[in-house]
Design a protein around this ligand. Structure first.
Ligand code: JB2
Length: 215
């Protein structure tokens, strides 16, 4: 029998995760956890309760999980939920949409999700609990550390490094070889041609620290 799976979080991102898991067909989706008591089901999947459910996983025959919270702009909640589920003895499951193109020479970490029409090219290494969102392009030899989120339509050119928990906004372009520091934020539509330090926040074309006027 396929392992029982819970999706943590029941908003918009969870609907994407649920669809990828369903189409992948490797797990039996048991339910969703969400603190919002008004939410009874998500995309036809029952909301089981809040994250306290994770401690009852054995009784509910749940063996694995996927983080279904997108937490745009701050990946810390996603990282915390991932650790919480691991501490509850659950195994992270990948959610790779069948229309994504993932090179057999790329490596994809546990709990990582790759959404429709995304591309991950040879030599790239994706850590745990990473999101490569719809139609994002991860070129060759890119490294993306745990909990980072590459939003829809973003392009990471060859050899880019994305640090732990970094956030790359929709449609942003990171030029080849650039390093994005841990927990940094790249705004939607930015074109990044220089390294961004840990915790840095940049926007614009070319990207500059947020809050500073272009000259
Ligand atoms: O600690 C939590 C928690 N915090 C918020 N545990 C659990 N299990 N669930 C949590 N949530 C729930 O996540 C909220 O109660 C809410 O139901 C859900 C967040 O839903 P929302 O649609 O606001 O955000 P999202 O993270 O699912 O989606 C955002 O990020 C995606 C990447 C949206 O901006 C999407 O448009 C975007 N594609």
């Amino acid at each position: 029998m396929k392992p029982g799976c819970v999706v943590i979080g029941g908003g918009g991102h969870a609907t994407m995760v649920l669809e990828a898991l369903r189409l992948q067909g490797k797990v039996r989706i048991v339910g969703v956890t969400d603190p919002d008591r008004g939410r009874k089901s998500v995309a036809g999947v029952p909301v089981l309760g809040d994250d306290g459910i994770l401690d009852q996983a054995r009784r509910l025959k749940i063996r694995c999980f996927s983080v279904g919270v997108g937490s745009v702009g701050d990946n810390r909640p996603r990282a915390q939920l991932y650790r919480r589920a691991i501490e509850s003895g659950l195994k992270p499951v990948q959610a790779i949409h069948p229309s994504a193109v993932v090179s057999p020479r790329a490596t994809v970490g546990p709990g990582t999700m790759i959404f429709p029409r995304a591309v991950v090219n040879p030599g790239s290494e994706l850590g745990a609990n990473v999101i490569v969102n719809s139609a994002a392009v991860v070129e060759h030899d890119v490294r993306i550390a745990d909990h980072a989120h590459v939003c829809p339509g973003a392009v990471l050119c060859g050899g880019v490094h994305v640090g732990e928990g970094a956030f790359i906004g929709a449609g942003a372009v990171v030029i080849q070889g650039v390093r994005i520091g841990a927990w940094a934020v790249v705004a939607a539509g930015a074109v990044v041609h220089k390294d961004v330090p840990e915790g840095g926040r940049v926007a614009g074309i070319p990207a500059r620290p947020m809050g500073k006027k272009s000259t």
